[in-house]
Write a protein that binds this ligand. Structure first.
Ligand SMILES: Cc1cc2nc3c(=O)[nH]c(=O)nc-3n(C[C@H](O)[C@H](O)[C@H](O)COP(=O)(O)OP(=O)(O)OC[C@H]3O[C@@H](n4cnc5c(N)ncnc54)[C@H](O)[C@@H]3O)c2cc1C
Length: 363
């Protein structure tokens, strides 16, 4: 019997597997495909990412550094309202490489990480969880004291155990053009209803164009308009779901969800890499596989840390739906240097941000 079976080896699955193995637990982690593939993520993250990686990661994964974002109410060519920091705000990284790196760290810590194993069944019993997977050698049946559902937005574990769904799923699309671009600003276009489109310079890895929006929005039409507006050719199109708004419960009797399965994402950007790994650390710290009551401590810990950020993130997202003249006014009034941490909207009231705003008023 394993202490933990981890389903899905994205950032939170790998991070939890690593931390639990380091704590001396017997961990099996099952990934349905090849780790990191297929890509459906921009890999645009705060520099905090390097606190979760191991030796040599930055040299291998880093693509570009970003100081700020130019907001546009319209498409390419429309007025830009820049928001920036006086230091590097974020990095653009190789997301496929990140997943492989994190999985390797889990293996080194002693977790048994297996690719090409799709979990098809999860049944909770009084004293254990039974997990069924299909792999290269056929059907695999294992037992664990607990199961971690790290299997993404359309989580099988969540469905098998009847856990509630996230509030909403956005549809995100991406494509790439090949020119080198070392600019240190991303562009954000508030053109699709209730969310946005983006352009991310990835250094020598080309330029990424993307867009996310809720169901009902004509994502393809808005994306084509973005590409046409920039007058470029793109290839390697890909897409994925972005869960927003965590359900009231992400734990059951002997199971818990981490990452997109639990909608541990930023409501105003859809980003989930940092929140998911932060939550994985809370899970590894709080959950004892021999004491199911500790699952409540995990629910508390991740919500204590992130719920306020997510609430404020929802309010920020509302600004994407304001009438255009109001958006122009607001962006015009607020643009300039800021001191906000991209993962922590509550830093809007931080001394660093207030100082930046004040010095602008004086200037
Ligand atoms: C278009 C787009 C752009 C994004 N850009 C950013 C960004 O710039 N920055 C950021 O922070 N976040 C971004 N995100 C969000 C980010 O990708 C997710 O929050 C993050 O990947 C969450 O990790 P996860 O492991 O929970 O889910 P996933 O990355 O989806 O990983 C889940 C894993 O579980 C595996 N799995 C699924 N079902 C099973 C099963 N039955 N058995 C075994 N394995 C299974 C999958 O194969 C996968 O490897 C973006 C998302 C999209 C869609």
């Amino acid at each position: 019997m394993y202490d933990f079976v981890v389903v899905g080896v994205g950032p939170p699955g790998a991070r939890f597997a690593r931390r639990a193995a380091e704590a001396g637990y017997d961990v099996l982690a099952l990934e349905k495909g090849t780790i990191g593939e297929p890509l459906a993520c921009s890999g645009h993250v705060s520099t905090d990412i390097w606190e979760f990686t191991g030796e040599g990661a930055r040299e291998d994964l880093f693509q570009n550094e970003i100081y700020g974002a130019r907001f546009h109410v319209g498409g390419p060519g429309s007025d830009a309202y820049p928001f920036y920091k006086d230091a590097v705000a974020s990095n653009v990284i190789d997301r496929v490489g990140l997943d492989r790196h994190l999985a390797e760290l889990a293996r080194e810590a002693g977790a048994d990480v297996r690719e090409n194993h799709t979990v098809t069944g999860v049944t909770e019993r009084h004293d254990r969880v039974e997990i069924v997977a299909s792999g290269p050698d056929g059907r695999l049946e294992v037992e664990a004291k607990m199961v971690a559902g790290c299997d993404g937005p359309r989580s099988r574990v969540r469905d098998e155990l009847g856990l509630p769904q996230p509030d909403e799923f956005l549809h995100g699309v991406l494509a790439f053009s090949e020119e080198d671009d070392h600019q240190d600003f991303v562009d954000v276009h508030l053109t699709p209803p209730t969310f946005f489109a983006w352009r991310i310079p990835r250094g020598e890895a080309g330029v990424e164009y993307g867009l996310a929006a809720p169901p009902g929005v004509q994502v393809t039409k808005h994306f084509e308009e973005l590409i046409d507006g920039y007058e470029i050719d793109v290839s390697h199109r890909c897409s994925g779901a972005i869960p927003v708004g965590p359900p009231d419960r992400v734990t059951s009797r002997r199971a818990f969800l981490i990452g997109d399965a639990a909608a541990q994402t930023k409501p105003f950007t859809g980003g989930g890499i940092l929140y998911s790994m932060t939550s994985a650390d809370h899970a590894a710290r709080e959950i004892d596989p021999d004491r199911p009551t500790t699952l409540a401590a995990y629910e508390r810990a991740w919500r204590d840390d992130l719920a306020r950020e997510q609430r404020l993130g929802h309010w920020i997202r509302r600004a994407y739906s304001l009438p255009e003249p109001v958006q122009r006014l607001g962006l015009g009034a607020l643009s300039g240097e800021i001191g906000v941490h991209m993962d922590r909207p509550t830093s809007l009231v931080s001394p660093t941000h207030l100082k930046a705003m004040l010095s602008r008023l004086r200037g």
